[in-house]
Design a protein. Structure first.
Length: 162
């Protein structure tokens, strides 16, 4: 079993409810246990700022799924929630975004999957929720999640509970 850290985000529809439902979908994955989930955070749009604010969160899974299989399962959950990935469109609005942030302490460099997530150590919207539930997790090449979270600006990110 491997501890995998997942970032969740949404900014279309009832984003907070979408993330609560997504936690349940993560808990239902085969050979996987939801170990922890963060509270929800309100986050200003990042990258493309001409869109609604996001709701972000993080989850820790204990999984027997190999990282690429886990990614495929996350993409299927996204599709179940109405996500359509448009080639070439980065940082746009989305019904649900699920990212593998960490997969144990492994470094994975596949065309479809980079772990640790390449920008995790720079993104407060991912680090703050993750630090809440996995502060001691190691970001290979960058140190502990908690330390990385202390070095980024919160930029208007605020906990909103549930």
């Amino acid at each position: 079993m491997t501890l995998a850290c997942i970032g969740l985000g949404a900014n279309l529809g009832d984003a907070a409810q979408t993330l609560r439902d997504a936690f349940q979908a993560l808990a239902a994955l085969p050979h996987t246990t939801l170990r922890a989930r963060s509270q929800l955070y309100s986050t200003p749009a990042w990258g493309n700022r001409d869109q609604p604010p996001f709701v972000n969160a993080a989850a820790v899974l204990d999984t027997a799924l190999a990282a690429p299989v886990l990614l495929d399962a996350l993409l299927a959950i996204e599709r179940d929630f109405g996500r359509v990935r448009e080639p070439g469109l980065h940082w746009g609005p989305r019904t649900l975004d699920l990212d593998v942030l960490l997969y144990g302490e492994e470094v994975i460099d596949l065309p479809q999957l980079k772990v640790p997530h390449p920008y995790l150590h720079q993104r407060a919207f991912a680090l703050l929720p993750l630090a809440e539930i996995a502060g001691e997790a190691l970001i290979p090449g960058h140190g502990r999640v908690r330390n990385a979270a202390m070095q980024v600006e919160a930029c208007g990110i605020a906990p909103i509970g549930g």
